[in-house]
Design a protein around this ligand. Structure first.
Ligand SMILES: Cc1ncc(COP(=O)(O)O)c(C=O)c1O
Length: 421
């Protein structure tokens, strides 16, 4: 056993004040057996699991409160509206936004970015303008900009990353110019786990009067996000990566920007009055929420954020960081395994390849051992191309993972190696 592995083995099984075993029991799905083995869930970067607190909040909403929101005088409709708007206030508190007028419910990060591209982008961009991004973005922070560039004549630029997966800040600085109209970057890379220097990015962009959109899909569950401290202009995230159901997410946007932006979808709820010739639009944030929203999803998201607040966001972050350190040092000690993305500042994601084994085979063999990881391009093809890879295997951690899960991952990987040696 290497020195690193020995150190990891002798590390305490939980962090002080953090009882991962108790916590695991709060996530019913984690007690399942998969292919006859106890489940080890290491795919939270794709979708995290939901605790009882969330499942029960959704059940209570569906069984006791459900009706359509905003339009009813009857009790159920008012209770549903209260539950929905309470969730918005919880999101506001969680992000430390100034007002609930800055919190728009959407389907997820993808829809949040499409909203900004179609509303802000379409109304502000023209030929010669540039949007500045990076090479490690998720497709959700690339394709909407490409589409809006095609419609407006603007151009998408991407700052390079260094071989270790860190953003090349000099390259970013060099691309930030008088032509840049918006900076749109990930807070945390889903493919590599790199935490981007977002504070510095915002400072550089604002020095030129350029607003900044942060794709927080991989950050909110792992980092404490304070939009006022970050001073970002847009912040997008998805509920299903932060212990909430799928189909719900959030766009935070500075109120002055949202006020000036046109709605991007029309329909019920986003209007004050409608005539055949023209309509007037609702106040913020409802101007951007056309149609019946995902009410139970919002309730589940509110419950998930409250759950995370109860655990303590920095305690969760510290605990996951320890898991990351242990897992990284143990994987790095395997001579036949290559870590992809070794930036000094990382969140709870580890991408890797194994010599001579296709990542899909790694995923399939681990699945037969009850271990769920993700394999593929992780919707981040430009960064895969940078590394000359079609795919990687990716293990990602959440508050319910433990050092035992890392042991099981290592055992599984040794099996993979034996089968292909
Ligand atoms: C960094 C990042 N951005 C955006 C997305 C898209 O999120 P969603 O599919 O929930 O809209 C993901 C999903 O994996 C992601 O990791």
């Amino acid at each position: 056993m290497s020195q690193q592995a020995a150190a990891a083995k002798s590390a305490p099984r939980t962090a002080p004040g953090f009882d991962a075993a108790r916590l695991r029991a709060e996530f019913p799905i984690l007690s399942r057996h998969i292919n006859g083995k106890p489940l080890v869930y290491l795919d939270s970067a794709a979708s995290s699991q939901q605790p009882l607190a969330v499942l029960r909040a959704v059940e209570h909403y569906q069984t006791a409160l459900h009706a359509n929101v905003h339009r009813g005088v009857h009790s159920l409709s008012q209770w549903a509206t209260d539950a929905y708007e309470h969730a918005r206030e919880t999101v506001r508190r969680f992000l430390n936004a100034r007002s609930t007028r800055e919190i728009v419910f959407v389907r997820g990060t993808t829809e949040a970015i499409n909203l900004v591209a179609n509303s802000w982008g379409r109304s502000r961009l023209g030929a010669g303008d540039e949007i500045l991004s990076t090479h490690l973005e998720h497709h959700a922070n690339i394709v909407p900009w490409q589409m809006i560039c095609a419609a407006t004549g603007a151009r998408l630029r991407a700052a390079a990353v260094k071989p270790n997966g860190e953003l090349d800040l000099e390259a970013f600085r060099a691309l930030l110019s008088a032509r840049t109209r918006l900076v749109a970057v990930a807070h945390v890379s889903n493919a590599l786990g790199t935490i981007l220097p977002v504070q510095e990015i915002v400072r550089l962009a604002h020095a030129r009067g350029v607003p900044v959109l942060l794709d927080g899909a991989q950050a909110v569950a792992h980092e404490t996000v304070d939009v006022q401290a970050l001073d970002c202009d847009f912040y997008a995230f998805s509920g299903h990566k932060i212990y909430a159901p799928t189909g719900i997410g959030v766009l935070y946007a500075r109120e002055s920007l949202l006020e000036a932006m046109p709605p991007w979808q029309g329909g019920g709820d986003m209007i004050l009055s409608v005539g055949i010739e023209r309509s007037t639009y609702n106040e913020l944030p409802w101007k951007f929420e056309a149609g019946t929203p995902n009410i139970s999803g919002a309730v589940g998201l509110g419950a998930a954020l409250e759950y995370l607040e109860t655990l303590g966001r920095s305690a969760v972050g510290d605990y996951e960081h320890r898991l990351l350190e242990v897992a990284t040092s143990r994987l790095a000690a395997l001579p036949w395994l290559r870590l992809i993305g070794t930036a000094p500042s990382k969140a709870a994601v580890i991408s890797f390849t194994i010599d001579g084994v296709h990542p899909h085979d790694i995923g399939t063999i681990l699945d037969s051992e009850g271990i769920a990881i993700r394999t593929g391009h992780h919707c981040a093809m430009p960064i895969m191309e940078f590394y000359g890879l079609a795919a990687t295997a990716r293990a990602s951690f959440a508050c319910y993972n433990s050092l035992d899960d890392i042991d099981r991952l290592l055992e599984g990987l040794r099996k993979v190696r034996e089968l292909f040696a």
